[in-house]
Design a binder for this molecule. Structure first.
Ligand SMILES: Nc1ncnc2c1ncn2[C@@H]1O[C@H](COP(=O)(O)OP(=O)(O)OP(=O)(O)O)[C@@H](O)[C@H]1O
Ligand SMILES: [Mg+2]
Length: 263
């Protein structure tokens, strides 16, 4: 049977999660794999990173902002606390109805899952959680989830049923300590595997230093700091089309993901 890995990509802010997610998605698509891309960062940017053109297509409405849908499926108005709402809302039509095609890849923007300071986002949370569970358990395809920076998604359980947590780390103490915390949190969930992608490396010494602190056995790929990525970002170009050095690394990373067969 073909391997289909459900992957969440996590790490400190700005380490390259979206860049790497977008390149993995494009590489899988170019191999003819069935893949679904999920932007799970409240500050959405994944679709743009692999080719969504807002100017011509308009902004994508995040799932969490579909108030009528949330009410229809959960029986409760978004933001309302108390009362009853369906705990197992129907979500199996969301991919066909609410995904947007980006360069041939169906993509869903989840929107902000944050708890508000006052009031409750119970119905939205229930719906998104049910949807994520459906994606992980009932659907037959690769799943690439671009998570928000930090580890709130781990404590909230959003990434809970993935097969693999990919933690992106750049050489730097804050990034390393967030990665350490993510590894630790993942050990207390059912996530079977956690791997590290070292990014923005300036030379072998930095790779060794980071690997030394987090465990070299967990490192699945090392990516150099690439000026092309900086220029791509500045000019709005897609890294998959603009950064051959990084794409080569992503290819070997995807080869390794494809060999992570055992669940
Ligand atoms: N290997 C690399 N070399 C140089 N620059 C890189 C590399 N990878 C990513 N970048 C740059 O780092 C910046 C942040 O990247 P990206 O948006 O992918 O990070 P992120 O982790 O998703 O950030 P956020 O936490 O804000 O979602 C971008 O300008 C991107 O082009
Ligand atoms: Mg990002």
């Amino acid at each position: 049977m073909e391997v289909q890995v459900k992957i969440a990509i996590s790490g400190k802010g700005g380490v390259g999660k979206t860049t790497i997610s977008s390149m993995i998605v494009r590489e899988l698509a170019s191999r003819g794999r069935k893949v679904l891309a999920i932007d799970a960062d409240p500050n959405a940017g994944l679709a743009d990173a692999f080719g969504y053109d807002r100017e011509t297509m308009g902004a994508i409405v995040p799932l969490v902002e579909r108030k009528a849908l949330i009410e229809e499926r959960t029986g409760a108005k978004p933001g309302e606390s108390g009362g009853y709402f369906a705990l197992n809302p129907k979500v199996d039509d969301f991919v066909s109805r609410y995904s947007v095609d980006v360069n041939g890849v169906p993509t869903i923007v989840m929107g902000a899952l944050k708890e508000a300071l006052s009031g409750c986002y119970c119905s939205e949370n229930t719906l998104l959680r049910s949807f994520l569970r459906h994606l992980m358990v009932e659907r037959d395809e690769w799943l690439v989830l671009d998570m928000e920076a930090g580890f709130e998604h781990m404590t909230r359980g959003t990434a809970q049923s993935v097969d693999l947590l990919l933690v992106v780390v750049e050489p730097g103490e804050r990034s390393i300590s967030i990665a350490r915390k993510l590894i630790e949190l993942a050990e207390h969930t059912d996530i079977p595997k956690t791997r590290l992608v070292l990014n923005k490396l300036h030379g072998e010494e930095q790779a060794l230093a980071v690997a030394g602190k987090l465990g070299s056995e967990r490192v699945i790929e090392r990516m150099p700091f690439d000026m092309q990525a900086v220029s791509a970002d500045l000019s709005g170009a897609m890294p998959y089309e603009y950064c051959p050095e990084l794409v080569a690394k992503i290819r070997s990373l995807v080869d390794r993901l494809e060999s992570l067969t055992e669940r």
